[in-house]
Write a protein that binds this ligand. Structure first.
Ligand code: F6R
Length: 241
């Protein structure tokens, strides 16, 4: 695991943006694994800037998001489909048909999960997977205790995760209880993984990741077993090290 230390959120976003632009420019049909939440917001703004400056085109790129809430349709303001469309996808030259996010409204959720896995495989696997770090160590919505062998599946969100995500909803009660997430094995099958960590509130989780043991009780620790992981972390996130 490589650790890249940057000064702040701005520099983290810039660093990861450049890594993505370089990869997209090299590959014929790049496949990006994307995350939502607060962490990658500025990264997406930077990617739009790079596109507008004609430094990159996403015309041949395919994207797969980590997760989606169960019960929210794509046009719901708190769905991850809506987040991705607004924060990145509609601002760059990617066809919506090349972008994938689990359908949280699917009638048969198990089937949706299996189809999602098949789509990733058909695309040739993920070239770069972007991850944020949950305060309880979750990656995607794989909460503590999730099997390292898991594929895309339906999860019940931890109350701490629902609390952490309540800031995006009108009130805490509206945060869905369930989500579809890529499994840990799905994430680990990516060719390269970039974990973005910023801010003091992530310091304890990052400290545990960098100094702790590999255990399903702290899902992000599985990244220590992947051959190509870069953690890009800012000074505040590293303040407990
Ligand atoms: C988002 C996701 C989550 C977040 C994590 C950190 O698609 O899968 O694992 O990356 O909860 O969230 P933020 O960035 O809001 O601190």
């Amino acid at each position: 695991m490589e650790l890249v230390t940057v000064s702040d959120y701005e520099q983290m976003s810039k660093n990861v943006c450049q890594q993505i632009v370089d990869k997209v420019n090299i590959l014929k049909t790049p496949v990006l694994g994307l995350a939502t939440g607060g962490t990658p917001e500025l990264l997406y703004e930077r990617l739009i800037d790079e596109y507008k400056s004609k430094n990159v085109s996403f015309a041949n790129t395919f994207t797969f998001n980590l997760d989606e809430y169960v019960g929210l349709s794509g046009d719901h303001p708190n769905s991850y489909r809506h987040y991705m469309n607004e924060k990145l996808l509609k601002h760059v030259d990617i066809s919506i048909h090349q972008t994938h996010i689990p359908n949280g409204m699917a009638e048969n959720l198990e089937e949706e999960c299996a189809n999602y896995e098949a789509l990733i495989e058909k695309a040739g696997g993920i070239d770069i997977q972007i991850l944020g770090l949950g305060m309880n160590g979750h990656i995607g919505f794989n909460e503590p205790g999730t099997s390292f062998h898991s594929k895309t599946h339906v999860v019940t969100l931890d109350s701490s995760t629902r609390q952490a995500n309540a800031r995006f909803f009108p009130n805490a009660a509206e945060v869905p209880h369930k989500a579809i997430t890529m499994g840990i094995n799905t994430i680990l099958s990516s060719k390269k993984i970039i974990l973005m960590v910023s801010g003091e509130k992530k310091a304890s989780a990052l400290n545990r990741l960098l100094n702790g043991e590999v255990s399903p009780e702290f899902p992000a620790s599985v990244l220590l077993e992947h051959p190509n992981v870069t953690v890009v972390a800012d000074h505040s996130a590293l303040s407990l090290l």
